[in-house]
Design a protein around this ligand. Structure first.
Ligand SMILES: NC(=O)N[C@@H](CC(=O)O)C(=O)O
Ligand SMILES: [Zn+2]
Ligand SMILES: [Zn+2]
Length: 346
């Protein structure tokens, strides 16, 4: 008997769409399956003001194929010069759904991120007042902190102090990669959520390094040891409303990944739902997939769940492209390392 799984249409609570030719090529990969996505603002130059976000939103909608529906949920890139009044006005208009905090230098295109957290306190206070979430790339950037410890140290030294100083501020710990992140998110109340990517449920650091370096598995935060991956699996498949999908699908063209100084980011938009169905099935948790992809995120953001559904059907291994072509060059699709049997019906 054919096995099928029907879910409310998913949303992606952390997505990089880029701009120009790349945007045109990657947007359909997400819009095919997802209704909405939180759009990361780390363009060059970044999306800092409400007018930047408005213009970027227009470019996304212009790039959307006529036969597809998709709602971009825009974010603002927090800088030390961000004006709380501009943030509040953009949120009130419904244009912006979150503000993104990048510690300066933590990841791709984060050079204009925040160095002095005291300087942005007025923005945090305004956000707490109006209930606008702060999305956080949670890694410290100090040269003396080991790259595998940067998330755990960030929680103690930066995240917890920010949350204590601004009670009521809603925070999303983006793309958590450690048991420390899982435990902290779970222990705190309703004002704290956490996104988990598809790839961090599947790979650990061995996948990147054993048997030759695999640039397409390199992303930030970098995948950690197996115990951490297992903690993420347990959190994602538990149904706990704290945890929801943010794919962090982050396309870079192959020449920039397969490089002596390769860019960070895994491109997972194309096969994310098939990967997740495989993961949840392996953990005996297919009944929890909808909470992770379609229910917990809207609940945290205070948005309605999607009314329509998607159906996945189990069968022979799904064919998906190894790469997608873009006007800028090829982008390699994430290889989970095992066959995917769940096809998304379109
Ligand atoms: N995740 C990544 O490895 N890269 C992201 C940036 C980010 O989300 O940190 C990108 O923009 O390429
Ligand atoms: Zn990030
Ligand atoms: Zn990201």
């Amino acid at each position: 008997m054919t096995q099928t799984l029907t879910l409310r249409r998913p949303d992606d609570w952390h997505l990089h769409l880029r701009d120009g030719e790349m945007l045109k090529a990657v947007l359909p990969e997400t819009a095919r399956h997802f209704a909405r996505a939180i759009i990361m603002p780390n363009l060059v130059p970044p999306v800092v003001t409400s007018s930047d976000a408005n213009a970027y939103c227009d470019r996304i909608m212009a790039a959307l194929p006529a036969d597809m529906r998709f709602e971009p949920l825009m974010t603002l890139y927090l800088t030390e010069d961000t004006d709380p009044a501009d943030v509040a006005a953009a949120a009130t208009r419904g244009l912006v759904k979150a503000v993104k905090l990048y510690p300066a230098g933590a990841t791709t295109n984060s050079a204009s991120g925040v160095q002095d957290f005291d300087k942005v306190r007025p923005v945090f206070e305004k956000m707490a007042e109006i209930g606008l979430p702060l999305c956080v790339h949670g890694e410290v950037t100090d040269g003396d902190i080991d790259i595998f410890d940067r998330e755990a140290v960030f929680i103690d030294r930066v995240l917890d102090p920010i949350r204590r100083a601004t009670p009521g501020l809603k925070v999303v710990m983006e793309h958590i990669t450690t048991k420390d992140g899982v435990d902290y998110a779970r222990a705190e109340g309703d004002t704290l959520g956490a996104t988990i990517t598809t790839h961090h449920l599947i790979i650990n650091r061995n996948h990147i390094l054993v048997g030759g370096i695999k640039p397409h598995y390199y992303c930030l935060p970098v995948a950690k040891r197996e115990t951490h991956r297992l903690a993420l699996r347990e959190a994602a498949t538990s149904g706990d409303a704290t945890f929801f999908l943010g794919t962090d699908s982050a396309p870079h063209i192959d020449p920039l990944k397969e490089n002596s100084c390769g860019c960070a980011g895994c491109f997972t938009a194309t096969n994310t739902l098939s990967c997740l169905a495989e993961v949840f099935e392996a953990d005996g948790a297919l009944d929890k997939l909808e909470a992770f992809t379609s229910l917990n995120g809207p609940a945290f953001y205070g948005l309605p769940v999607n009314e329509d559904t998607i159906t996945l059907t189990k069968g022979d291994p799904v064919n998906y492209p190894a790469k997608i072509a873009t006007g800028d060059g090829p982008v390699t699709v994430f290889d989970p390392g095992f066959p995917l049997h769940w096809r998304v019906d379109t």
